[in-house]
Design a binder for this molecule. Structure first.
Ligand SMILES: Nc1ncnc2c1ncn2[C@@H]1O[C@H](COP(=O)(O)OP(=O)(O)OP(=O)(O)O)[C@@H](O)[C@H]1O
Length: 310
């Protein structure tokens, strides 16, 4: 029977095998697969996120993916190797509840972040998210359940993926996905876990951020078999808000980027690059001809002040 591990703040979770002690501070979030708490390691440890599963089997498969990712990351000498901290069982009322402890990401879901700080942030957070996906793909895994809730952004604009429950090895079927971001739902391709699958989800996530109402209208319109690339492409072409991303999006939804690395490089050159250059040109140093005129105005101003206080 699935468990419902709902514990109040102050509860001390002690690992059955490794004896690690974690005090629950508050609930960070609850999803279909489990509940995640903000915890403090005792004695005197730092803060972490601790996830307990409603269904032990599902949580175990998530732990397996994370463990395998950790070892691949550390083999590749990557710093993300510290995401998973501990795996254990919590024995309470005669039952064992599996849990794992991970890095606590102090951030907010990308849609809330963009709502609060403005759509200018899309270019840089998008670039960082594509980089994360490309890193994951290089290790042989596809994220599969890319959606705004699974992308946390820190206040410095750093991006972290959370919820590895949907991660699948390349070539397998996506086991966990969310309709709006799913290639199959839009009749745009299969549900086989390949790099283009994540790039497609990224494109839909971007459309959601900027044209959420339109996307909802398309998703709810007509029969499922009529849902497809046509209406999506038409939205990309006509939307004013999507115009800086139009070229990139059109290729992404059609699966034209072979992998996330190519999608990342294309974004860097055609989306991030122009915006960066525009910003730099706005803060360019004053042109040479302006310097003598500025000096002259300063002199006149100084003279005027002296005249005033004479
Ligand atoms: N490492 C973390 N740091 C901070 N908050 C986190 C972390 N992991 C998860 N959370 C929070 O907990 C919530 C639920 O976690 P998670 O998405 O892993 O659960 P889930 O049951 O797999 O969800 P879903 O129903 O989306 O599959 C997240 O939406 C997020 O708010």
């Amino acid at each position: 029977m699935p468990l419902d591990p709902d514990f109040s703040p102050g509860t001390v979770v002690t690992g059955k095998w490794k004896q690690g002690k974690y005090v629950i501070l508050r609930t960070l979030g609850k999803g279909a697969n489990g509940i995640v708490y903000l915890v403090q390691r005792e004695p005197g440890g730092g803060r972490y996120a601790l996830k307990m599963g409603f269904n032990g089997v599902d949580l175990q498969s998530e732990i397996n993916v994370l463990t395998s990712l950790e070892s691949r990351y550390s083999q590749a000498g990557h710093k993300s190797a510290s995401y998973l901290k501990e795996v254990d069982d919590y024995r309470t009322n005669g039952i064992d509840i599996p849990f794992y402890v991970m890095k606590y990401v102090r951030g907010e879901p990308i849609h809330h972040f963009i709502q609060k700080h403005g759509s200018d942030w899309i270019t840089i957070t998008g670039l960082r998210l594509l980089k994360k996906l490309a890193e994951l793909h290089r290790l042989g895994y596809i994220f599969c359940d890319l959606k705004p809730q699974n992308v946390l952004v820190t206040r410095y604009g750093e991006v972290e993926l959370i919820d590895y429950g949907g991660v699948s090895p390349v070539g397998r079927s996506a086991k966990q996905f969310t309709e709006w971001y799913d290639r199959g739902y839009w009749n745009a391709g299969s549900r086989v876990a390949d790099p283009e699958y994540d790039v497609f989800s990224f494109a839909l996530l971007l459309i959601h951020l900027l044209e959420g109402d339109e996307l909802q209208r398309l998703a709810g319109e007509g029969l499922p078999q009529l849902r497809g690339m046509g209406p999506l492409t038409a939205l990309i072409q006509r939307s004013e808000r999507l115009s800086p991303y139009k070229g990139w999006l059109a290729q992404a939804v059609q699966g034209k980027f072979e992998n996330a690395e190519i999608a990342f490089l294309h974004w860097k050159k055609h989306v991030y690059g122009p915006v960066k250059r525009q910003r730099e040109s706005r803060s360019e140093p004053a042109p040479r001809w302006l310097i003598p005129s500025f000096a002259l105005s300063a002199l006149i101003m100084a003279g005027a002040i002296m005249f005033l206080f004479r």
